[in-house]
Design a protein around this ligand. Structure first.
Ligand SMILES: C[S@@+](CC[C@H](N)C(=O)[O-])C[C@H]1O[C@@H](n2cnc3c(N)ncnc32)[C@H](O)[C@@H]1O
Ligand SMILES: [Zn+2]
Length: 273
């Protein structure tokens, strides 16, 4: 079983007729009608609705579904095929998966056909949307600070623009398992940032690696996109710098004709020794 109880850390067992998961101490978690499980107990929540809001999730879905980051999804799928082709059953977890775009794309694009896809996010609205769209993957509401999965369960963890906890990453990955991190490269969304900052600076591209991991491959993907006005607004909402944009800057981003925007992604693949 992949899951452990978020309260007492003993294994969670699927109780079939009741459509729920239970541990030996009778902590019980229902499977929602969309198929996801909420494994974030109220006492572990720091706010009523943690994580990205429904509006942010919708903006991200509209933008991603338009295909602007499809080359990134393709690169992730190719890395899976290149490094994990020989693993008979591939257990993959997307940490901070949002509304599940990359998980859907991996199911579609990866050559490997025995995939056990999992996604975790602290935002319930995002997990509900992800589960609805991809019934063959397994989604849970949980924090990446305490991921309620058994030790050594996964072959690959994905960390795509999402917060993470190094101890948890180390605990969940099998020995020789992989951590694939996607971070913004120096020129990522440069033309959007020019509207917002007086003095646009290149991104810091560091992604701290857990102890006991070694980097084995690094790949950079850059290309330009030309989102329309509505898609630009969605993109802006997805970015961590959206809150810095003045009304004037937001208006200018929306009204500019034919804005070409650079994307710049850095993919880092590390292995657990
Ligand atoms: C920038 S978004 C990236 C989403 C997705 N990986 C993507 O690239 O489209 C960050 C995501 O992390 C989630 N998040 C924030 N804090 C979290 C936490 N402590 N545990 C799990 N997810 C978290 C947010 O709800 C949001 O969906
Ligand atoms: Zn329990």
């Amino acid at each position: 079983m992949p899951y452990i109880c978020p309260i007492c850390q003993t294994p969670l067992v699927n109780i079939l007729p009741a459509q729920s998961y239970e541990c030996v101490n009778n902590h019980r978690f229902d499977i929602a009608k969309e198929g996801y499980i909420n494994l974030l107990p109220a006492q572990h929540k720091k706010s009523k609705e943690p994580g990205d809001s429904k509006e942010m999730m919708r903006a991200r879905r509209n933008f991603l579904e338009a295909g602007f980051y499809q080359p990134l999804a393709q690169a992730i799928s190719s890395i899976i095929d290149q490094y994990l082709a020989d693993t008979p059953k591939l257990h993959i977890l997307d940490m901070g998966c949002g509304e599940g775009y990359y998980s859907r794309q991996i199911e579609r694009l990866a050559q490997h056909k025995n995939l056990d896809l999992h996604g975790l996010d602290i935002a319930k609205n995002a997990i509900l949307a992800a589960a609805k769209k991809q019934p063959r993957a397994q989604f849970i509401v949980a924090s990446s600070e305490r991921m309620p999965y058994s030790n050594d369960y996964f072959n690959l963890l994905l960390r795509i623009y999402a917060p993470s906890n190094n101890n948890e990453i180390k605990r969940l990955l099998k020995t020789n398992g992989y951590l694939l991190t996607v971070t913004p490269g120096p020129r990522h969304l440069w033309q959007l940032k020019e509207f917002i900052y007086q003095d646009t600076k290149e991104h810091d591209t560091q992604a701290p690696l857990p102890e006991g991991f070694s980097n084995i491959a690094k790949q950079k993907i850059s290309y330009t996109i030309s989102p329309d006005q509505k898609q630009r607004m969605a993109l802006l909402q997805m970015t961590p710098f959206a809150w810095r944009a003045t009304e004037q800057a937001t208006h200018a981003i929306e009204q500019t004709q034919d804005l070409e925007i650079e994307t710049d992604f850095i993919l880092t693949l590390a292995v657990k020794n």
